[in-house]
Design a protein around this ligand. Sequence first.
Ligand code: FAD
Length: 509
Amino acid sequence: MTEKYDAIVIGGGHNSLVAACYLAKENKKVLLLERNPTLGGATASVYAFDGVAAKLSRYSYLVALLPDQIRSDLELNFETISRTVSSYTPARDSGILVNRVFDDISRNSISNFTKNETDSVSWEKFYDRIAVFAKKVAPTMLEPLPTTSQIRSLVGEDLWQEFVETPLCKTLDKYFVDDVIKGIVLTDGLIGTFASACDKAANICFLYHLIGNGTGEWKVPKGGMGKLVEELTAKAGNLGVEIRTETAVTSVIDKGNEVEVSTESEKFVARVVLAGCSPRTLSKMSSIPAPKLLDGSQLKINMVLSSLPELKSGIDPRIAFAGTFHINESLSQLETAYEQSKAGKIPDQIPAEMYCHTLTDRSILSSELQSSEIQTLTVFVLHTPASLFENNHDQVKAEITEKVLSGLNNYLKEPIEGFLLRDSSGKPCIEVKTPQELEAEIDLPRGNIFHGDLEFPWKGDDETIKWGSETISPRIFIAGAGARRGGGVSGIAGHNAARAALERLAKSS
Ligand SMILES: Cc1cc2nc3c(=O)[nH]c(=O)nc-3n(C[C@H](O)[C@H](O)[C@H](O)COP(=O)(O)OP(=O)(O)OC[C@H]3O[C@@H](n4cnc5c(N)ncnc54)[C@H](O)[C@@H]3O)c2cc1C
């Protein structure tokens, strides 16, 4: 006899684990199946280099979108730490330092760099306005999807026009004068989204990056991103979720009153299925269609350094690398890079941003390394879409990596290569992940870090969906980043799919 579950969750990313926990909390019998040997998907932490006791957040690295409510509902012992520095951007032989709390240092830094008074004043005004938007929209994320009209009246016509209807490129032009300042602001609209500043996709991505918990503050996960996975896995275990790793689902069939889930060697049956894998993966193993999606367009570089390099601008590297360190990210550099890579060319100047986890949290290092000068550096490279790597993958990867590092070296007194720690076999501690490698390792379709293209976190006035997890089958739900309001480390998609599934289970019991 095939054992019957209330719910089967496909995938072991953080959203799947969140969904499984919420279902099990309601005494549902839950089976979670992950194809990889370890759980976590894009939230995994790993010892990436032989003999180096530094546990790196291999893929995702900062947290803003995870609602406090999920942490408290699931009693997760997962802390996130504020960074003192928001960003440092070296450019034009000096640089711009913006602290998390916008203070006189930030104000003066912007004014000295831009040689105008407008941009620092506009900076505060702009972020105050988006903060009002964020505070109103954030509380809706764990509720049934609001409609466009509801959100429009909630935020008011002015904010709606400014952040939803007007292309981001125009809003940036309205507020700011300096090309570099515009670019710093714009980057939140491009992380994980291959778009121009004038595309609607940039507006959507921008809002996502700024609404988390009503503040949009990006914080450092204490102990690394994998700590979230550890906490969720322990919780799921305590709640009785059955977890199987190295178990890839190959087919999902809605049989009318139950769903049959198969792997290479086994069949399972459940009343509902929650797919924490991408919609594209689900579509390959079921009759559920998946929307088209943009190429993932980022390269992720992880490094361990023997110490931090000095900067030509003279700023203390412990300050410069503590926040987000932008390279080649002025508005015009970002737009040129986008156009070049869209045309199939490796950008002349590759935009990238990086940060040093260990300046805020040294607990990812062994106690021996904690007392050394060793630091980690993680780089998120923009506008390097999967299509660029289609031919000569390894050669393109090497060329882009070299270009990114030399872009950084432009601002350093000595090249970064000389600061790379060596692993136990003498190899430098640097790893690079292309979109194709992200797909092979953790099944991100075309390397798209959000499983699909983000949509605004509300629904059309005439849409009938309730949670944003629904599919054409009443028994199959999207529980991963590809759900409406999914994307990023948030657990929101998992929570909302669990709510939708619980409603379905209540109806059919
Ligand atoms: C390089 C990188 C940097 C990022 N940085 C950040 C960041 O700093 N902050 C942030 O908020 N977000 C970031 N993101 C995005 C964020 O990590 C993801 O959107 C999010 O973690 C997705 O979580 P998930 O649980 O929905 O899916 P995933 O983490 O993708 O998990 C899906 C799981 O499903 C499994 N699976 C797939 N197919 C099957 C199958 N057939 N059977 C069984 N299992 C299957 C996969 O192996 C995987 O473990 C980043 C992503 C990447 C790749």
